[in-house]
Design a protein around this ligand. Sequence first.
Ligand SMILES: [Zn+2]
Length: 270
Amino acid sequence: MKRPLTPREIQRWYPERWSEIAGNAKVIEAWWNFLVYGPCNVLITGPSRTCKTRLITLGIRTLLCNRREADQNPCGQCSPCKLLAGSWDSCTGVFRGLWRSEYSYYPIDCEKVTADELRCLHKEAELHSERSIIYLDEVAALRRRELEPLLLKQVDESRATWIASAIAVRKRLRRGRTRVTEGLSVPMQGRFGMKLGTSVPSETELTQWIRDRCDQWCLDIVEPDRTVPIVMKRTGLRVGYVLHFLADAAARGRKLTPDRAEEFNLGPVD
Ligand SMILES: [Zn+2]
């Protein structure tokens, strides 16, 4: 549906359909298998701004939806869909009872969660149920904050499904070699039976994605054959950064121009 999103809405945008995700075919396939066969503990890693959180959020919305469509999209109309739209609140046992969703959901921001909150997790979330989804956003922060030991036993002893995201960073070793690390301890890594990596889309996929979003959000691309390649080059094909360009365009007469694409101050791209 076409709607002129405000700059802020673009920055805070979350996909509502699988076709709104650029690339990431492997992660999408894994989620579709979860929807058919049930989820398992999974760690989703990837460079920053490759839409880990957006992918996971859409996956969880689809799991919680009461009227999932035949093409595996959330209906957007049922109570769980409406409650979860843009919201990060936990949806625990009460939610399941009230809205008759098959699943309950408990998101944890690992940068902010306190030791006490983790100690009380078994009281808050339904850890005994396979139909509970616990989402650990940026799980590596727990190790940095020395909170990991509070969780390892709970993950082991629970029947809930644990889904975690972590940024993959390429570290330089000696003699020019590199290694990709997610900053998790070995025991924590072992808690996730499945490990999936996000990926940047191909240039063809991202070109189409940018054109589709600009059309959907009523943004005009001036000289697209020049402008779109500039945006792709400057963002390293990462959708999280492309959204900054589109929000800026929305704030400037809803036009994305080649000159602005060149001069826009994106800040450091890691
Ligand atoms: Zn729904």
